[in-house]
Design a protein around this ligand. Structure first.
Ligand code: HEM
Length: 426
């Protein structure tokens, strides 16, 4: 068993180590790599862009997400579905992200109307208001933890508002979500990692179900109402399906956006010329959109997704057998020199940018338009209201091999003349 393999299956390594070095090695020496890490189940690590795309484009044909869920167990103790509630749920095909075939198509069609670019454009005023409110608190101080106070707080508030989670519950949801996503992280630990994860998962799900139940017979224009009204093959969702899909929306709706935004700003701070270019072009939506895609390519905050092979298939010269797991490492694919020129360079003007940060195919990120809107508003606001931004302390990375990224990033800045994002955009 190699140290690289152990590291890829060790969330703590992602908090302090350098997974990029492993991905560089694998891409060039063993791009579809049999990985014998800390887990009892061994798996294929797919690290090249073309192979990752092949797997994702063959969902439901050669690969399945519902056989074993979409993620590696976070450690050996998570491999037993009897012990880990998260594993049990993730392997039970009760959530959009872990369903194949017709049930997935039906549920995706149902939810997708709320996440089209047109529907999401209608949320811009909400997102700008949230941003203004947060900045009114942060800007006068001239310093903040960028990740928790802005990059994490904005998407949390936005997805919570879309779902209909009352404001006084937002902080609880945020904490429980961290417990689920990074249960080995000492900052969130409450007992063993499995206990921490189960505490987070069960609390979010119970609260989602309670809030959704209030909507029965008293419909509102929110996602929790949509959850109680949803049907698969004419059947309403079960309590578990309501809870687990609610948890998915909450987690997917903020965790990844927070990391992409933080990594994006960190990279910009290393190259002030790119900040100046963006400042000069910030009223050009194409410039902001290009920058945001580079944020997502470079950060790839969902580190991996998992598929189970349903028939023997050759991928990248390796024979995968029915029942094997194929793990796509988005980070590795997004920095594949065969798909990107100068892939290790962060470049907001990169074009083309065929990154897989939002995946591709049947499970392409449902919230991609929303993520782009959240990030465009934040980027615009930063460019319009903060000058001379610099790090004010060490950057801390999350101990998670699922939702990887920055956990804390203290910055200081000089508040510019345009104080709010809506003024900045006017
Ligand atoms: C930068 C931000 C984001 C990134 C990088 C990202 C990334 C991804 C990726 C890679 C997948 C595919 C997973 C797979 O193939 O197994 C995915 C799926 C999904 N994402 Fe996102 N996401 C982001 C933001 C959001 C937001 C804001 C939402 C809000 C609702 C969201 C909701 C979803 C949902 C519901 C799915 C499952 C879709 C399906 O299975 O059909 N995501 N996301």
């Amino acid at each position: 068993m190699s140290q690289d393999d152990i590291n890829l299956t060790d969330p703590a390594f992602f908090g302090s180590g350098d997974p990029h070095a492993i991905w560089r090695r694998l891409r060039s020496e063993d791009p579809v790599h049999w990985t014998e890490g800390r887990l009892a189940k061994k798996f294929w690590s797919v690290t090249r862009h073309a192979d990752a795309k092949f797997v994702l484009m063959n969902d439901n044909r050669i690969f399945s997400v519902q056989h074993a869920g979409a993620n590696l167990p976070m450690g050996p103790e998570f491999e037993d579905p009897e012990a880990s509630l998260f594993t049990q749920l993730a392997q039970s095909a009760q959530q959009l992200a872990t369903m194949d075939g017709q049930p997935h198509n039906a549920l995706r069609r149902y939810f997708s109307t709320r996440f089209t670019s047109q529907s999401v454009n209608g949320l811009e005023a909400l997102v700008r208001n949230v941003s203004d409110e947060i900045l009114a608190d942060i800007l006068p101080r001239g310093t903040c933890d960028f990740t928790t106070e802005y990059a994490g707080r904005l998407p949390t508030a936005v997805i919570a508002a879309i779902m209909g989670v009352p404001r006084e519950r937002w902080d609880d949801f945020y904490l429980w979500n961290n417990m689920m996503a990074a249960p080995e992280d000492p900052e969130f630990a409450m007992g063993t990692p499995v206990e921490t994860s189960t505490f987070g998962v069960s609390n979010i799900m119970r609260s989602v179900v309670e809030l959704a139940e209030e909507r029965r017979g008293a419909a509102r224009d929110d996602l929790l109402t949509a959850l109680v009204q949803a049907e698969i093959d004419g059947q309403p969702l079960t309590e578990t399906q309501i809870g687990f899909n609610g948890l998915m929306f909450f987690a997917a709706g903020h965790e990844t956006t927070r990391s992409s935004m933080s990594v994006g700003l960190l990279e910009l701070l290393k190259d002030p010329a790119q900040i100046e270019w963006l400042r000069a072009n910030r009223h050009d939506p194409a410039a902001l959109r290009g920058a945001i895609d580079e944020f997502v390519r470079f950060s790839a905050p969902l580190t991996h997704t998992l598929r189970t092979v349903t028939e023997d298939v050759e991928v990248g010269g390796q024979m995968m057998r029915k029942g094997d797991w194929a793990v796509i490492w988005f980070h590795a694919a997004n920095r594949d020199p065969a798909a990107f020129s100068d892939p290790e360079t962060f470049d907001v003007r990169r074009t083309p940018n065929p990154h897989l940060g939002f995946a591709i195919g049947k499970h392409f990120c449902l919230g991609a338009h929303l993520a782009r809107l959240d990030m465009a508003v934040m980027l615009d606001a930063i460019l319009g209201s903060m000058d001379q931004i610099e790090l004010a302390g060490p950057v801390e990375w999350a101990s998670s091999n699922l939702f990887w990224g920055i956990k804390h990033m203290p910055i200081r800045f000089r508040a510019g003349s345009q104080i709010t994002s809506s003024q900045a955009a006017a």
